[in-house]
Design a protein around this ligand. Structure first.
Ligand code: FE2
Length: 104
């Protein structure tokens, strides 16, 4: 159904919010695809089929990253929090808790 991505009446939402909702839906779909390829790859034995699936999963990594970057550029607080968590060594939970404190 075309409106499943909305939890509020779409005609009451701004164009910006509808675009945001579409991109959130895209992000979810890319994450699902990454997970589905991961499951297929864990079972597939044929090397050629595996190579194709790995290539496809890599495409989904890229799509997920572009969707996420789009959303972060339009959501400064989300971007600020993720800057404290992503691409860092150490305890992920601690980074998350610190990011939440810093954002308040
Ligand atoms: Fe994709």
């Amino acid at each position: 159904m075309a409106t499943e991505q909305y939890h509020e009446p779409p005609n009451e939402l701004s164009e910006k919010t509808r675009t945001f909702a579409r991109m959130i839906t895209s992000l979810i779909e890319e994450a699902e695809a990454i997970g589905w390829y991961q499951q297929r790859l864990s079972l597939e034995k044929d090397p050629e089929a595996r190579a194709i699936m790995q290539n496809a999963q890599q495409e989904e990594f890229k799509h997920f990253g572009m969707d996420l970057e789009f959303l972060l550029r339009r959501t400064p607080k989300w971007q600020t929090i993720l800057k404290e968590i992503l691409f860092k060594q150490g305890d992920i939970v601690q980074h998350g808790e610190q990011a939440e404190k810093d954002a308040d």
